[in-house]
Design a protein around this ligand. Structure first.
Ligand SMILES: [Zn+2]
Length: 139
């Protein structure tokens, strides 16, 4: 069964699109971005370290209804693209954030650019997330 999902531009939901680990290092300031949930208005924060950590996720096959529906709706590019799954702190709605290579800032080190978000078209607090929670880490 397909879930009722939609793809929106990351800039519609997040207040930061570019994450540059190089300027973080220079400014000693962590670059934070916030996703605003369209269902409850809650903010979920992420930072450069979150993105770096989830680069490994692209190698994991996700057999859950969520993973399969996302893969059909918005397949991952062959290279230099990653995704991050999380659920809204406020209402538990599942979100998949796609991000890519945002250019190099030094030899072999890259910036990140947020691309698109897959989210449920409708969601009520108390709905059960379409994945097995034990497989998930929070943001
Ligand atoms: Zn929410």
């Amino acid at each position: 069964m397909d879930l009722d999902l939609r793809v929106v531009s990351a800039s519609e939901r997040l207040d930061r699109i570019e994450f540059n680990p190089g300027s973080e290092w220079l400014a000693h300031a962590i670059q934070l971005g916030s996703y605003r949930c369209p269902h409850c208005g809650c903010l979920s924060e992420l930072h450069t370290g979150t993105l770096r950590q989830h680069e490994h996720d692209r190698k994991h096959l996700d057999p859950s209804p969520w993973g399969q529906s996302c893969a059909r709706l918005r397949p991952l590019a062959a290279a230099w693209e990653w995704f991050l799954d999380f659920s809204c702190m406020g209402c538990g709605a599942p979100v998949r954030l796609f991000y890519g290579h945002g250019g190099e800032y030094s030899m072999g080190s890259h910036k990140y650019r947020l691309l698109e978000v897959v989210e449920t078209a409708t969601w009520s607090k108390g709905d059960e997330a379409p994945w097995v929670s034990s497989q998930r880490r929070g943001v």
